[in-house]
Design a protein around this ligand. Structure first.
Ligand code: SAH
Length: 504
């Protein structure tokens, strides 16, 4: 069983600081004996630029059986042999999580006596697990890690590379990339490795609820897959699961009250990161400014105006800004008293922190602040928090979603959240020839998974509307070029009357 944690250094912070955080010296290979075998910690790479710590667990199958806890998968007593012939030597099961907590206990608690300032700092991290048993496959891996802000690579491992027809095994090769405090990353792995494994190799005792809540503090309270995580972690022990879910709900409510200020404080400290985001914003708008003579108003501003007038027409009071990014539209909406509640949702914590800073949430009066909510969430999953709103905006978001995941987003928005009005904007790829700065054949942003022409967007909008009981009206945004159309296309969806009645 094998797991690596890699960080990159920066000016004033050598990557080898990782050693301080883990309380394991980068120049030593160390061995620890744990209840289920021997754990090794070593650093395959340790330079100021890059540092990788590896945790290798050699499971002792005899110890496991002797402890009476070596239940096989898929049934308690698969066969006598299952105790000895199984995947434990290499798959990162729940045993690895146990080793992780034993070997990196202090790091997991977020303590670092030698360098306390390091422990509270988010670091660029890459975590790799070459063989992760994943009940629910790569899809489940994404559902668990993406809402936490990780960029997830989850590749199914084929059963046998020689025989592709045999299909995939139940293992994935996992790589997570992101910025996080090391303690948070470790606590997430500590919980989610056994959740993915689905077979706890030790009995679930009552104090597991406490362990789970302690490890889940700060990220499990609002996780969209909280039920799956808690249910699987507690091995579906109904009473414990209910107890844990209740306590999480309480923790979430309490957290909203008091720790918000603290979080915002931290957000301000991370000033440098925000600038990066702001720069790309500006780049966006200046690219749009290239033919400034005939359109002095930046396209981003025209887009927000178009969205604003569509929202005004709809009469919506409570609005979702889905994929809100750093919150430009939210600040426009707040100036307008028609909008009594505006909820920004984004998968990126960094974007939400920027939004919070842009809106000066922390300095806002209570009444004004009560009109805004910022939620972290992945739009490709149904989310009960998004039900019951009048309108939803998806401004320049769908093109960031992998085409195979788009149906899931459509269902989550039009099927489950189901506001009366939905406004979607996306680039019109035909217009790209008019951007002087854009080399032919390129998309406008590196992260765009696709850019549609007018025909493609219309077809998509009409099909989504028909499937979910909406009507779709298409509108141009920006100068409507006679040949290639407008730079941005907007679709205004309204829930169809018949469905509204059927629902009512
Ligand atoms: N709506 C803003 C930002 C658009 S950029 C505007 O018009 O300016 C796209 C945003 O969508 C990013 O902030 C990105 O983090 C977010 N996003 C992309 N995929 C997402 C998903 N699956 N769930 C939630 N947010 C997502």
């Amino acid at each position: 069983m094998f797991l690596t944690i890699t960080t990159a250094g920066s000016a004033g912070r050598p990557a080898t600081d990782l050693g301080f955080l883990l309380h394991k010296h980068p120049e030593k290979a160390q061995t620890f004996s744990t209840s289920y075998g021997t754990a090794h910690v070593l650093y395959p790479e340790a330079s100021a630029r890059r540092c990788t710590a590896a945790l290798l667990l050699e499971v002792d199958p005899v110890a496991l059986v002797k402890r009476g806890r070596g239940r096989g998968r898929g049934g308690a007593a698969d066969s006598a042999l299952a105790q000895y012939v199984n995947d434990r030597p290499y798959a990162a099961s729940s045993l690895l999580a146990v080793a992780l907590s034993a070997v990196f206990r202090t790091a997991l608690q977020g303590q670092c006596a030698a360098r306390p300032e390091l422990a509270v700092q988010p670091l660029p991290l890459r975590i790799e697990v070459p063989a992760l048993p994943a009940r629910g496959g790569a899809e489940m891996v994404r559902r668990l890690f993406e809402p936490l802000g990780w960029m997830v690579e989850a590749e199914p491992v084929p059963l046998d590379e020689q025989f592709p027809a045999w299909g995939d095994s139940r293992y994935v090769r996992l790589a997570l990339d992101g910025e996080a405090r090391l303690a948070d990353a470790l606590r997430q792995l500590y919980v989610l490795l056994p959740v993915l494994d689905g077979a706890k190799h030790y009995w679930v005792a009552a104090d597991e609820v406490d362990k789970l809540l302690r490890a889940g503090e700060g990220w499990l309270e609002n996780h969209p897959e909280q039920k799956i995580i808690v249910g699987r972690y507690l091995a579906r022990r109904g009473a414990l699961t209910r107890q844990a879910l209740e306590r999480l709900e309480l923790a979430r409510l309490a957290e909203a009250d008091d720790s918000e200020a603290e979080e915002l404080d931290n957000a301000v400290d991370e000033f440098d990161e925000f600038d990066e985001f702001d720069e790309s914003d500006q780049a966006d708008e200046s690219a749009e400014d290239t033919d400034a003579e005939d359109k002095p108003v930046p396209l981003a501003v025209q887009r927000r105006d178009a969205i604003l007038s569509a929202l005004r027409e709809s009469g919506a009071g409570r609005v979702l800004d889905l994929g809100c990014g750093p919150g430009h539209l939210i600040s426009v909406l707040l100036k307008n008293p028609q909008f009594t509640e505006v909820v920004g949702v984004d998968v990126s914590m960094r974007a939400l922190q920027m939004a919070s800073r842009r809106l000066r949430l922390e300095r806002m009066g209570e009444r004004q602040a009560s009109r805004i909510k910022l939620l972290q969430g992945a739009l490709t999953y149904t989310d009960s928090r998004l039900r019951g709103y009048d309108a939803a905006v998806l401004s320049e978001v769908i093109e960031h979603v992998d085409p195979p995941r788009l149906t899931a987003l459509e269902y989550a928005v039009f099927g489950a959240a189901r506001p009366a009005t939905v406004i979607v904007t996306t680039p019109n790829v035909e217009y790209n020839v008019r951007w002087e700065s854009l080399p032919a054949g390129q998309v406008r942003h590196a992260d765009h998974r696709f850019e549609w022409n007018r025909e493609e967007f219309r077809t998509w909008a009409e099909s989504v509307a028909a499937q979910h009981g909406y009507t779709a009206e298409l509108r141009p945004v920006g100068p409507d070029d006679p040949e290639v159309g407008p730079p941005t296309q907007l679709a205004l969806f309204r829930i169809a009357n018949t469905t509204k009645e059927a629902v009512a």
